[in-house]
Design a protein around this ligand. Structure first.
Ligand SMILES: Nc1nc2c(ncn2[C@@H]2O[C@H](COP(=O)(O)OP(=O)(O)O)[C@@H](O)[C@H]2O)c(=O)[nH]1
Ligand SMILES: [Mg+2]
Length: 239
């Protein structure tokens, strides 16, 4: 079985080698990594090329010309993964917030689902202990907001650690998304719900990144808050 884990990167040069090593040491036969870099100024693209050279057939890199947001990077990565014949397509952040050692459990859960979410908010899941109460509250609120407005049957709607069966990704119009920030991830879940796909959540511990900085911004948060309402209109016909 061919599992292609798509990993978008922007300024993750310090995190990428550790992430690739941890992922490739998991007991997942047929695992391949596809790094999608938006010409990161910190040289992540070069680091990725070196990792690809060191791990032939296991690590590939897609270079994009500039920063266009998470959504565009995933759309291009998904298309390539499907073209390359993936049976399972994965999503995850490059900053080690998404624990590589949960991948085998997530794959096992995919046997009974179309989409599996590595979840901070299902039973057994957790958030970094060092997060201040306000940040935890904002994360909880953003999640509750999106879940309620879109009626999503999952506990962690913006959770970006996911596995899709090939047939599941082929069943949703992911390439039509115009969302750039993390609301893209919420939009995919909404598409999956409308397509009648079956979800399962596997608990993860979400660790704070120790290198580099978050690309989360006020603009991305405002996009998310407004976009959630637009999604209901955009997909009204299929609702
Ligand atoms: N290719 C690409 N990757 C991005 C972009 N923005 C964020 N990322 C990556 O998406 C993942 C999540 O971003 P991050 O900044 O950690 O967001 P946070 O976890 O919400 O703080 C990380 O792997 C980033 O490097 C982008 O514009 N292009
Ligand atoms: Mg992060």
């Amino acid at each position: 079985m061919k599992v292609i884990q798509v990993i978008p990167t922007y300024n993750e040069a310090e995190n990428l080698p550790e992430l690739v090593k941890a992922l490739l040491s998991q007991p997942v036969p047929g695992l391949q990594l596809l790094i999608v870099d938006d010409n990161s100024p910190d040289g992540t693209g070069t680091v990725a090329d070196e990792l690809a050279g060191d791990n032939p057939g296991k690590v590939a890199v897609l270079h994009r010309s500039g920063k266009e947001g998470l959504g565009k990077a995933y759309i291009q990565g998904f298309k390539k993964a499907l073209d390359d014949g993936a049976d399972v397509i994965g999503m995850m952040d490059a900053d080690l917030s998404h624990p590589p050692d949960r991948l085998p459990s997530m794959l096992a859960a995919l046997e009974e689902a179309d989409v599996v979410i590595g979840s901070r908010y299902c039973e057994g899941g957790s958030l970094d202990e060092t997060w201040p109460a306000l940040r935890k509250a904002l994360s909880w609120f953003g999640n509750a907001y999106a879940r309620t407005i879109l009626g999503l049957p999952i506990k962690d709607a913006p959770g970006g650690y996911r596995l899709w069966r090939r047939s599941a990704l082929e069943a949703i119009p992911f390439e039509q998304s115009r969302s750039s920030g993390y609301v893209f991830i919420v939009e995919l879940a909404y598409m999956a719900k409308l397509a009648g796909l079956a979800f399962r959540e596997v608990p993860i511990h979400f660790a704070e990144r120790s290198h580099g900085v978050s690309k989360m911004s006020l603009r991305i948060q405002i996009e998310a808050a407004l976009r959630v309402w637009q999604l209901r209109k955009i997909y009204k016909k299929t609702r």
